[in-house]
Every structure is written in structure tokens, then in C-alpha cells.
Design a protein around this ligand. Structure first.
Ligand code: CUA
Length: 354
């Protein structure tokens, strides 16, 4: 009897010490790829994560220590093979305790997590509204109410301390919209719109990362995410909405039969923007250095017919060293003939053909 109690105290002492050390260790570790968050949600989520560790790690370490201790300490020794211990028929008090305590812990964590989720997803006044469009293998960001005019950008620019509402779409397959520093992630699903709300609270340069395996170029599906103060954001909006990217696309309708120069200029904006070509291909003129598909620096020499075929039916001729089936086959329907012709003109020019 006395020996048993001593044994129990020793086992518990070792177990509790191990649990304390284990908890301290896990709280000291950096669990996230980017230690410092950059949204108001990040602070709440990091705190929630710490509480999950505090609630689960000590239980896990204590139980494992007691189990390992028992296996080592009370193992059968030579000569004891035929002996048996006392027969035990359950212990009601113990069983009530070990059901009640985990139930209380899990319930408390569930309520806490639900409260945090409600806070994170709460509607905020006057949000900036941004459509996120994922496609193999790039992101586009459509600003709906940033400067009086709708415009699209390849980079995600956000003003610090203003709530943002994202509507997330996918054009082809499943993607997942993720900026690690915001601590929020949402799937982009073809055919439906998903949502995310957040308020960036730390200026800096981050990355939008695709977090759903979506094809060979998945790992390259990254775009800049930049959080700036309000004044700099306004300046950026003006540079976007005013001229630059929006203009050639707007004038495209009027210059359907226009010069090849105009067409090539439009083609360039499609190459780096809407078409998403620069995510996978290298082309010096466009500042693109994708490695998923073949380099296009010399493609102009192959002629307009070859280029057009390669965009519309990518698997007709496969470039050496690249697997078939990588390039999406829906560019004809996605871009339409006018834009594809513009791309062809641009590639003839930028690919050294003329
Ligand atoms: Cu898109 Cu992975």
C-alpha cells in the first residue's frame, strides 16, 4: 500500500514536470511561417492558438509520461511470467472524472473559438471591396470601390487600418487565397463565390500564396501583397485607375482593325495581366521569368500560325522537355479571338520574330 502511493507520487511528479516543460517549450516555439501577423485577426488567432497549446500539450505530455513510466517501471521481469496482478472491475469515480474534465476543456475551447470566428468575420463599416480571381497560375485583384472607377491589378495593394472585404473566385480549378501574415485562408472554388473579411494593421510587403494544389505551376502561383498607409494607397489607386493598365484594354474595342502596334501593346497587357502568361513563361520584354512552360523569347520566329495554335490548342505541338496537358486549354473561350490576336501580334514582336 505505502509503496504503491509512493510510486504514484513519483509518477505524477515526473509527469507534471514533463508537462510543464513541454508546455513551456511549445509556447516558446514559433509555429507560424511568419512570426509577426499583419491583420487584426492575426492577434486574435495567435492568442487562440496559444490557448489551444496550453489546453492540449500538458494533457498529452502527462498521459504519455505516465504510460511510458508504467511500461518501463512495471514491466514483467524474468520469473514473473505466470504471476497476475489484482483483478480490477472499473472505478466509477475515476471514470466520471476522466470524462468530465476533457468534456469541459473541449467545450470551453469550442465556445472560445466560435467567439473568435464571429469577431474575425464580423461586418465592418465602409469596407474596401476587392474581387480576388484565381486561375492557373496567377491572381488578379479587381478593385470595386477604391477610386470611383473599377480597375484590376496583378498585385494586392491594401491600405493599413481599413477593413477589406474579399470576394473570392476561381476561373478553372480549386485554388486557395492565403496571405500567411493575415492568418486567414479561404478556398477559391469554380462556380461559387467565397468570402473573407480582414483589416490589415501592419505596413509591409507580403505574398499572396496559393494553398491548394492546382497543377504543375501551383508553387509559382504567388503575387505581391502590399500594405501601405492611406496616402500611399490613394496615390497607387490614382496610378491604376487613371492611365496605365486600364487604358489599352478600354481602347481595344475601338481599334479592332487597328495597327499591329496597338494590338501588340494590348497583347502585352494581356500577357502580364488577364491571360496570366507571365506566371509560367519567360519573356524578357514582359519582365516574365516563369519556368513552368517554355521560354517565349524566340517564339516570334515560328510565325503567327504556330503561336495562335499553341495558345488555342496547347497540346497540338509540345515543346521539347515540357509535359503535355500543363497549359490550360480554355484560352479561346476565356480571352476571345480579339485578345488572342493581340497576344499573337505581341509575341511576334517581343519574341524576336520581326
Ligand atoms: Cu492555384 Cu495552387
Amino acid at each position: 500500500m505505502n509503496g504503491g502511493r509512493k510510486e504514484l507520487i513519483r509518477m505524477l511528479a515526473i509527469g507534471l514536470t514533463a508537462a510543464a516543460v513541454g508546455t513551456a517549450l511549445t509556447l516558446w516555439m514559433n509555429w507560424f511561417p511568419h512570426t509577426q501577423g499583419a491583420s487584426t485577426a492575426a492577434d486574435k488567432i495567435d492568442t487562440l492558438y496559444d490557448w489551444l497549446l496550453i489546453a492540449s500539450v500538458p494533457v498529452f505530455v502527462l498521459v504519455m509520461t505516465v504510460a511510458i513510466y508504467s511500461v518501463v517501471r512495471f514491466r514483467v521481469r524474468p520469473g514473473q511470467e505466470l504471476e497476475d496482478g489484482v483483478s480490477i472491475h472499473g472505478n466509477t469515480r475515476l471514470e466520471v472524472i476522466w470524462v468530465t474534465i476533457p468534456f469541459l476543456i473541449v467545450t470551453a475551447l469550442a465556445v472560445y473559438a466560435a467567439v473568435v470566428l464571429a469577431q474575425v468575420e464580423k461586418k465592418q463599416p465602409n469596407p474596401l471591396r476587392v474581387n480576388v480571381i484565381g486561375q492557373q497560375f496567377t491572381w488578379h485583384f479587381e478593385y470595386l470601390n477604391a477610386g470611383g472607377k473599377k480597375f484590376t491589378s496583378d498585385s494586392l495593394y491594401l491600405p493599413k487600418d481599413r477593413p477589406v472585404e474579399f470576394q473570392i473566385h476561381a476561373k478553372d480549378v480549386l485554388h486557395s487565397f492565403w496571405v500567411p501574415q493575415f492568418r486567414l485562408k479561404q478556398d477559391a472554388v469554380p462556380g461559387i463565390t467565397t468570402h473573407m473579411r480582414l483589416t490589415p494593421n501592419r505596413a509591409g510587403s507580403y505574398q499572396v500564396v496559393c494553398a491548394e494544389l492546382c497543377g504543375l505551376g501551383h508553387a509559382t502561383m504567388r503575387s505581391p501583397a502590399v500594405v501601405v498607409d492611406k496616402a500611399r494607397f490613394q496615390k497607387w489607386v490614382q496610378s491604376q485607375a487613371g492611365g496605365g493598365a486600364a487604358k489599352p484594354a478600354a481602347s481595344a474595342g475601338g481599334t479592332a482593325g487597328g495597327g499591329t502596334g496597338d494590338q501588340a501593346a494590348l497583347g502585352k497587357t494581356i500577357f502580364t495581366g488577364e491571360g496570366g502568361c507571365s506566371a509560367c513563361h519567360t519573356l524578357a520584354d514582359a519582365g516574365a521569368n516563369g519556368k513552368v512552360g517554355p521560354s517565349l523569347d524566340q517564339v516570334g520566329k515560328k510565325g503567327a500560325g504556330y503561336i495562335e495554335d499553341s495558345i488555342k490548342t496547347p497540346d497540338k505541338v509540345i515543346a521539347k522537355g515540357f509535359p503535355a496537358g500543363t497549359m490550360p486549354k480554355d484560352f479561346s473561350t476565356r480571352l476571345g479571338d480579339k485578345k488572342i490576336q493581340a497576344l499573337v501580334q505581341y509575341l511576334l514582336q517581343a519574341g524576336g520574330g520581326k
